[in-house]
Design a protein around this ligand. Structure first.
Ligand code: NOJ
Length: 496
């Protein structure tokens, strides 16, 4: 009897010190990975070399621990375990990406690698058998080397190459995959490829390469979207969008408000306006500002290549929802005379004469670019709604970089705080957010950080040949959020 009272009392105490906030009915939870970061099998069964294979083999010094993604989590062999984990978490959907150089070893559809089709068929069927939905990213940073050798994202023909690749994957997997993302984070893709020596090909062309890439990515996405819309949508009723990286930028002081807004337009808007705005094309204020910079630098044409009217029509409206990845925030101020900002991955701010800083009370996560500011996700969502209207928003990545350890209370806290802000955006700001994706299901190859930085809900032992996966505290926490379809918030930090 005494025991029973104690239980009742502790329940009352627990209830009185926290609030349970439900997610809207139908809100979905997922977790994500990407091919190069998890698959391994870099040269198995007909896969050809992609730009990351070449880069890490030729330039180990560019990777913090000189590691490669040759084996990574070995999901090429361990995919069944990955899906078990998705099931343990009770995910509604699992986001993963396809490797272009595995499916089309030449980069072109003249040869379709049957082993790759079989591999992805197994993964997709396995996901569906568990009652989970596949969310497939067609391209996530791992361009076939053969296409890079032809200029990669700077070559206008890549628009057709990507369309051809998309046709192949739609034809093979479109009967079962109903949710697609064409290209992951074009801003990172273009900036890191052409504006910093961080991602392959580490070819620096800040004036031209970056902007050619921006335009080609938009056209490539649009063509793929239109293929789906015309050929598959009537039969399979699936949905396709681009996934845009949204960092939240705010002014350091009120006088920098215009600059912060321009930075939002440059970083997120450059990859959104053409698709989601009513008028299409580049964000006008950004196009104008960059054209002035080009003139000042002595170019006879704008560095950001203008869209033709036909291209504006091609890209406009090519979405079924707004997909965003979000991690971090920054403050903006104007550069002083002679001052330059070169920090990756935000290089282009130099063209806006801006300097990026951070708020002292935003804690730094375990990687250089990452400061924690939960409110940023809410503000970013509200900004997007103001810019592009009352769209459906799906958060396709969000998560924390940490160092090793299973008891990752910092990640638990991050998910709690960011999800609280997502709920505030839904409940207070009336933003129609329908899905949230944790990055990432398991520790994996974090690009230039190699295996030194962990983002996983599951820890992966990279010295174990079997790449054993073990759930962290955050995996239990996330599973509990999904099971209860709600967030339990201690009342002290509630900001309703
Ligand atoms: C976004 C990218 O899509 C993903 O590949 C990367 O690992 C995470 N950010 C964390 O940096």
């Amino acid at each position: 009897m005494i025991w029973k009272h104690a239980v009742v009392l502790s329940t009352i105490l627990a209830v009185s010190s926290s609030t349970i906030l439900p997610f809207p009915p139908g809100f979905k939870f997922g977790a994500a990975t990407a091919a190069y970061q998890v698959e391994g099998g870099w040269n198995l069964d007909g896969k050809s070399e992609n730009i990351w294979d070449r880069f890490v083999h030729e330039h180990p010094e560019r990777i913090d621990d000189r590691s490669t993604g040759d084996v990574a989590c070995d999901s090429y062999h361990n995919w069944r375990r990955d899906l078990e984990m998705a099931e343990e978490l009770r995910l509604d959907f699992y986001r993963f990406s396809l490797s272009w150089s595995r499916i089309l070893p030449s980069g072109f559809p003249n040869h379709i690698n049957e082993a790759a089709i079989e591999y992805y068929n197994n993964v997709i069927d396995g996901i569906l058998e568990k009652g989970i939905e596949p969310l497939v990213t067609i391209h996530h940073f791992d361009l076939p080397q053969s296409l890079q050798d032809l200029g990669g994202w700077a070559n206008p023909l890549i628009v057709d190459w990507f369309e051809d690749y998309a046709k192949v994957v739609f034809a093979h997997f479109g009967d079962r995959v109903k949710l697609w993302l064409t290209i992951n984070e074009p801003v990172i893709l273009c900036e890191a490829f052409f504006n910093a020596e961080v991602f392959p090909p580490a070819f620096i062309s800040p004036d031209l390469g970056v902007y050619l890439c921006s335009k080609h990515v938009m056209l490539a996405h649009a063509k793929a979207w239109r293929v789906y819309d015309k050929l598959l949508k009537p039969k399979y009723h699936g949905r396709v969008s681009l996934t845009t990286h949204i960092t939240w930028f705010e002014p350091l002081a009120p006088e920098y408000e215009e600059l912060a807004e321009l930075t939002m337009l440059n970083f997120g808007g450059r990859y959104s306006h053409a698709i989601y705005s009513k008028i299409g094309g580049w964000p006008p204020a950004l196009e104008k500002a960059l054209a002035e910079v080009s003139l000042k630098r002595g170019y006879s044409r704008p560095q950001l290549p203008p869209f033709t009217q036909e291209e504006i029509e091609l890209v406009r409206g090519t979405y079924d929802f707004f997909a965003l990845n979000h991690y971090t925030s920054r403050l903006m101020r104007t550069a002083k005379e002679g001052e330059k900002f070169t920090e990756w991955p935000l290089g282009d701010v130099e063209d806006l004469n801006g300097i990026i800083v951070r708020k002292a009370d935003w804690a730094q996560a375990a990687t250089s670019w990452f400061y924690v500011n939960p409110e940023g996700i809410r503000k970013g969502l509200v900004w997007l709604k103001q810019q592009y209207g009352d769209l459906e928003f799906m958060i396709t990545e969000n998560g924390l970089a940490t160092k090793a350890g299973l008891d990752d209370q910092d990640r638990v806290q991050y998910y709690r705080d960011y999800l609280e802000q997502v709920l505030l955006a839904i409940n207070e700001d009336d933003v129609n957010v329908t899905a949230y994706t944790a990055w990432t299901l398991m520790d994996n190859y974090e690009w230039n950080n190699g295996y030194t930085v962990k983002f996983g809900l599951y820890e992966v032992n990279f010295t174990d040949p079997g790449r054993k996966r073990t759930p962290r505290a955050s995996a239990h926490y996330y599973a509990n959020i999904i099971r209860t379809h709600s967030l339990e918030i201690p009342t002290t930090s509630i900001q309703l």
